[in-house]
Design a protein around this ligand. Structure first.
Ligand SMILES: [Zn+2]
Length: 224
């Protein structure tokens, strides 16, 4: 009995959120989590896209940050711009008093020499990160030019099952294969690949925002 009380006490002490906040979080729908995360990150996403080059304007710099939930609000923390090309590693450690990390965002810029592509959705690395992440309603948003995309974990059980069946190697291979496909532009191929690789049973939902970057639609069928 003493041990149980001690365990509960430790649990409560280590938890940054109270029970009411945790329940409130569980009640959130996937689309609500995305809508609120996006509202919090919107300005940062626009700024991150504007800051996509180094000082010479030739080499790209990714930027991004994490989105926390403190029981009341979604907020952006640890925003940063990468020091070098061509990826960013986000700092997902926030103080316990800041709440818990519920999502993140970054940009996908391409320089002129890389084809200056926009509208490029998620990479194999992005999908793999989300599959290893086991938080319901965790959101990943990407800005690529005018286009904004999102992935949200809708069903953790399904994500686990999908991850068991689809190794990292398998996912990376399908990505390479999709890009080798002669049909379509690079952004089109990436988008089709995301739809195909996730299918309908991965537990992850794929969304694209409208031009207002406020409303979004789930993307379930590819060009093919
Ligand atoms: Zn990415």
């Amino acid at each position: 009995m003493k041990q149980t009380i001690l365990t509960i006490l430790i649990f409560v002490m280590t938890c940054s959120l109270g029970i009411a906040e945790i329940l409130a979080l569980k009640e959130q729908s996937t689309t609500d989590a995305l809508r609120r995360s996006n509202a919090a990150a919107n300005e940062y996403l626009n700024k991150a896209w504007e800051e996509r080059f180094d000082s010479t304007g030739t080499e790209v710099r990714e930027a991004g940050g994490v989105i926390t939930w403190d029981g009341k609000e979604f907020k952006v923390r640890n925003y940063k711009k990468s020091d070098n090309c061509c990826s960013i590693s986000l700092d997902r450690n926030v103080g316990r008093d800041k709440g818990i990390v519920r999502g993140e965002f970054h940009t996908h810029p391409y320089s002129k020499s890389e084809g200056a592509y926009t509208g490029v959705a998620f990479s194999a690395g992005d999908i793999l990160f989300m599959l290893r992440n086991r938080k319901k309603n965790y959101v990943m948003i990407v800005q690529s030019g005018e286009k904004r995309f999102a992935l949200v974990i809708e069903d953790v059980k399904k994500v686990k099952r999908y991850s068991r069946k689809n190794s990292e190697e398998k996912i990376r291979k399908t990505y390479q294969k999709a890009l080798e496909n002669a049909e379509g532009t690079f952004p089109e191929k990436v988008k089709d690949w995301v739809i195909d690789v996730l299918g309908t049973n991965s537990g992850l939902k794929f969304y694209e925002f409208d031009s207002d970057n406020e409303n979004f639609t789930e993307i379930t069928s590819s060009r093919k």
